[in-house]
Design a protein around this ligand. Structure first.
Ligand code: 6CS
Length: 367
């Protein structure tokens, strides 16, 4: 049994009321000061960091690493309070809490966030990223990529602090999904943003946008036929218990963004902003390896604990999905506009250029 079950509504409501009750009303509220007016801070200061995933997840590993680093760099002057999924709210609620300053830092996954910031829907498209590990790692860590997204986030009162790779999306269902035709009419759970459904609509599926906390029960009750998530999440959320097959097609990596309230970040005293930036940079260097290790060990656990079938698509099979996926790019551009088109084209150029530079080097991205 996974350590989490989805009946969270009461728990979430209570926690939200407590947290919001601590804040002033949104319209009258200044961003919470982290130091005094004269630049001298009253230490220690506590920052709240909200996660979209439960304890043991990639986001939790990231947050613990950040906590250790920030508390050490600041010599204990900053304390980071980490709130795993289930303690504050759904992804959409966490974004609201960040925008109004109730939490200082949070994860915001594009599959949910694209209803607020349509441009991030690019990360829900299939076959955009490379099969080459270094290409993806360099892309996600690049300032050029962050610059492309900083204005869209800022317009929604969020500061984009980084993109975090969490592993390839793996499809689970009660049958193998080897061809786009296998998706015909399939009720596949997607993350809640409208754009997140488009990649699967392109295969003829019947997407079912659903909050993360509801996926297990919807699979169990067969209200949905399948879902997509990285391996570590399939393990810790127990999805493998209620599905017969995992199909590995490497259509997209699960990419999360780390954000803060923009006004809060900009009002941070200089030394605190520096500590945060330094700690984020250190964690960014480690997380790619850590998520890969976590995904590998969780796959082992799934295969030890169950008889689930693992289906790995051939390159020919993947190519059929790639071709079928391309129409979703047009929908993305139509819905998200010119800035989104520029983002997609720039990313494709950056990936192609880096792939050429690394041509011939054997660096497949297993996870
Ligand atoms: O599928 C989801 O909704 C979630 N999956 C992961 C791996 N992280 C957060 C997200 O909300």
């Amino acid at each position: 049994m996974p350590p989490f079950r989805p009946s969270l509504t009461l728990l979430l409501s209570a926690a939200l009321i407590t947290l919001i009750g601590c804040s002033e009303p949104q319209q009258e509220r200044e961003p919470e000061a982290s130091g005094s007016d004269n630049g001298v801070s009253d230490y220690p200061v506590t920052w709240r960091f909200a996660l979209e995933e439960i304890e043991g997840s990639v986001q939790h590993v990231y947050a613990n690493e950040l906590k250790e680093r920030i508390e050490s760099i600041s010599d204990g002057n900053i304390e980071l309070d980490v709130f795993p999924y289930g303690s504050l709210g759904t992804s959409a609620q966490l974004t609201e809490l960040t925008q109004d300053g109730s939490v200082h830092l949070a994860f915001a996954s594009p599959g949910h966030l694209a209803d607020t910031i349509p441009e991030v829907g690019v990360f829900t498209l299939h076959f955009v990223l490379s099969d080459h590990k270094e290409v993806n790692r360099d892309l996600l860590a690049s300032d050029q990529l962050l610059d492309l997204f900083s204005a869209p986030y800022a317009e929604h009162n969020m500061k984009l602090l980084g993109f975090v790779p969490e592993g390839w999306m793996v499809w689970t269902a009660n049958k193998p999904l080897r061809r786009p035709e296998d998706f015909q009419g399939l009720k596949i759970r997607t993350m809640t943003a409208n754009l997140a459904a488009e990649a699967y609509r392109a295969y003829g599926a019947d997407p079912q946008p659903t909050p993360y906390s509801q996926v297990y029960s919807d699979l169990q009750l067969q209200r949905i036929d399948g879902q997509a998530n990285p391996v570590f999440a399939i393990e810790e959320m127990g999805f493998y218990e209620v599905q017969s097959t995992m199909t590995f097609a490497r259509p997209a990596q699960f990419i999360a963004s780390v954000v803060s309230n923009r006004e809060w970040y900009e009002a941070l005293p200089g030394e605190q902003q520096q500590w945060l930036d330094d700690a984020l940079a250190k964690v960014a260097q480690q997380i790619y390896r850590k998520q890969a290790e976590l995904n590998e060990s969780r796959l082992l656990k799934i295969t030890e604990d169950s008889n689930i079938s693992l289906v790995r698509l051939t390159e020919e099979e993947r190519e059929r999905f790639r071709e079928a996926s391309l129409s979703a790019r047009d929908t993305y551009v139509e819905r998200a506009g010119d800035r989104a088109e520029n983002i997609l084209n720039t990313m494709l150029d950056m990936i192609a250029t880096r792939e050429q530079e690394l041509a011939g080097s054997d660096n497949g991205d297993g996870y």
